[in-house]
Design a protein around this ligand. Sequence first.
Ligand SMILES: Cc1cc2nc3c(=O)[nH]c(=O)nc-3n(C[C@H](O)[C@H](O)[C@H](O)COP(=O)(O)O)c2cc1C
Length: 195
Amino acid sequence: MRFNLSEINELIRERRTIYPEQFSDRKVHKEQLEVILNNAQWAPTHGNTQPWRFKVFTEEARQTLGDFLVKTYIKLTPKEKQTDIKVSKLLNRPTMASAIIAVCMERQPEEKILEIEEIEAVACAIQNIHLTCTAYGLGGFWSTPKLIYTQEMNEFLGLGEKDKCLGLFFIGYPSIEWPKGHRKPLEYTTEWKTQ
Ligand SMILES: Cc1cc2nc3c(=O)[nH]c(=O)nc-3n(C[C@H](O)[C@H](O)[C@H](O)COP(=O)(O)O)c2cc1C
């Protein structure tokens, strides 16, 4: 065994979604964010394209993000479908977090690799982000409001037309007890084939 598997098992199984409403005001240091982002970069990637791009919102930029999200939601959502809860979450969640990382996929100009595989690579990077947060005792929340997939979002983040924002990842110290998770037993998800 090259690593302590029982610790790794625990890290993977303890990774939990913790929402911004459950964060305290304690700040996450830039050095921690750098470790988190460096680990993200070690995700697997077909052809080593390394398609991930990170836009990190801290300090005042968090409010700018919240203002943009709510403005865009109101612009793109038919009035009868808008809800106060959604408006409030989009506006207020960013400042409840110490940092928000918009995790994006930059499409290679040559498009040699299938888009789905570039997206998969970025999803792996997000898992690395979340696991590293867990190791620090930090809460993380992968948020995907529909508007992140719009042209408005791409323009806000300075992304190209074929690039995609795959999530807003909220980070903060939890103010709650670490939540418990549960998963189905292996029998529900796995078929063993021997012949
Ligand atoms: C691609 C993806 C998108 C997600 N988007 C949201 C979201 O928009 N809102 C939300 O509450 N949770 C979102 N989640 C988090 C899931 O709700 C969460 O992972 C799931 O409930 C299991 O909980 P756990 O992360 O604590 O194991 C997303 C997760 C993934 C993988």
